[in-house]
Ligand binder design. Structure first.
Ligand SMILES: Nc1nc2c(ncn2[C@@H]2O[C@H](COP(=O)(O)OP(=O)(O)OP(=O)(O)O)[C@@H](O)[C@H]2O)c(=O)[nH]1
Ligand SMILES: [Mg+2]
Length: 307
C-alpha cells in the first residue's frame, strides 16, 4: 500500500492506537508475565477500544491457549497473535468481485449526520479522478438544505445532479436519476438518502421503495447498498447495522469519523456481526479523506506499526 495511504490510516486511527497500543506497552512495562491479572487488564483495553465484549472475550480465551502452548510470551508475540485474530475476523466480510455492471447504482444509507453526503462526494471525487462518469440522485428531499448541499458537492467534484423540489418523493427522484444514468451512459449513479433511525418503520419502508423503484429501470439495481456508520457511535453501530441489513441487505460498510475517536476497534465486531465487508473508512472532513479499507494495514495501524 502506498505510503501516503498508510500514513492516513495511521493518522485516522491515531486515537484508537494510542489507547490500545500504549495501554499494551504499559501492561508489559508493569508486569513481565502474562498472568490472569494482566489478561484481565488486556480484556478491558480491548473493550475500551470498542472491539466489543464478545470479541474481546474470545480473543482473551484464544490468547490463554496460545500462552499455554508458549507461543506468546512478550509484547511483540502478543501483538502478532492479536493481529492475526483481528485479520481472521475481518476476512469473514470479504466477497468475490465480478465485473461491474453499467451503470453501477449505489444506494447510500444510514442514520442522521453519519457522513452520507460527504462520503458520496469523496467517492465521486475518487472515481472522477479514475476517469469515470458519476451522476448523483438527490433523494434526501426531507432535510432542509440537503439538495443544495449535494448540488454544491456535485459542482465541486464534477458530478451531475438529478433533483426534484424539497419534499418530493425520494423514490421518484431515484427513478428519474436511474433513467438519466442510462441515457447519459454514466459509469456510476450514487443515490443520497435522508438520515433515518433504523427503528422507524415508515422510513425503512421508504428506503425499500427506493430500492424497488430503481430496479424497475435497471434490473438488479441498486447493485451496491452501502451503509454509512459513524465510528464514534461505538457499539450502537452494530444494532444499526443489523436493522439496515435486515431491511435492505447491506453489501458494504463505510465507517466514518475514525479520526475523531478512540473507538476504531468497532470495525471488528461490526464485520463479525454482519459478515459484510468494510469497503472504505473516513478519516477527515476533506474530499480526499476517504481511504479504501485494507485489512492488514488496519490491523497494524490499530496495534502499532511494528506488527
Ligand atoms: N472528522 C470527520 N468528519 C466527517 C467525516 N465524514 C463526515 N464528516 C462530517 O460529518 C458531518 C455530517 O456529514 P454529512 O455528510 O452531512 O452527513 P449525512 O449523513 O449526510 O447527514 P444527514 O443527511 O443530515 O443525515 C459534516 O460536518 C462532515 O464534514 C469523517 O470521516 N471525519
Ligand atoms: Mg446527507
Amino acid at each position: 500500500m502506498a505510503d501516503g495511504l498508510w500514513s492516513k490510516i495511521g493518522k485516522g486511527l491515531a486515537k484508537t492506537r494510542q489507547m490500545l497500543s500504549s495501554g499494551l506497552e504499559a501492561l508489559f512495562f508493569d508486569q513481565a508475565t502474562l498472568d490472569a491479572k494482566t489478561l484481565d487488564h488486556l480484556e478491558k483495553l480491548l473493550i475500551g477500544s470498542d472491539l466489543g465484549v464478545e470479541v474481546a472475550g474470545r480473543l482473551i480465551e484464544g490468547l490463554k491457549a496460545s500462552i499455554g502452548r508458549k507461543e506468546v510470551s512478550d509484547l511483540a508475540s502478543l501483538k502478532k497473535r492479536l493481529k492475526s485474530y483481528i485479520v481472521t475476523i475481518l476476512e469473514k466480510g470479504v466477497v468475490a468481485h465480478s465485473s461491474p455492471p453499467s451503470p453501477v447504482v449505489v444506494l447510500f444509507m444510514g442514520v442522521n449526520g453519519v457522513g452520507k453526503t460527504t462520503t458520496i462526494a469523496k467517492r465521486a471525487c475518487q472515481l472522477k479522478k479514475e476517469g469515470k462518469k458519476v451522476l448523483l440522485s438527490a433523494s434526501d428531499t426531507f432535510r432542509a438544505g440537503a439538495i443544495e448541499q449535494l448540488s454544491i458537492w456535485g459542482k465541486r467534484v464534477g458530478a451531475d445532479l438529478i433533483c426534484h423540489q424539497a419534499g418530493a418523493d425520494p423514490s421518484a427522484v431515484a427513478f428519474d436519476a436511474a433513467q438519466a444514468a442510462c441515457a447519459r451512459k454514466v459509469d456510476y449513479l450514487f443515490i443520497d438518502t435522508a438520515g433515518r433511525l433504523q427503528t422507524k418503520y415508515n422510513l425503512m419502508e421508504e428506503l425499500k421503495k427506493i430500492k424497488r423503484v430503481v430496479a424497475k429501470v435497471i434490473p438488479d439495481a441498486p447493485h451496491e447498498r452501502i451503509l454509512i456508520l459513524d465510528a464514534t457511535t461505538g457499539q450502537n453501530a452494530i444494532s444499526q447495522g443489523r436493522l439496515f441489513h435486515e431491511a435492505i441487505g447491506v453489501t458494504g460498510i463505510i465507517l466514518t469519523k475514525l479520526d475523531t475517536t478512540a473507538k476504531g476497534g468497532v470495525v471488528v465486531p461490526i464485520v463479525e456481526a454482519l459478515s459484510v465487508p468494510v469497503t472504505h473508512v473516513g478519516v477527515g472532513e476533506g474530499v480526499d479523506d476517504l481511504i479504501p479499507f485494507n485489512i492488514d494495514a488496519f490491523a497494524e495501524a490499530l496495534l502499532g506499526e511494528s506488527v
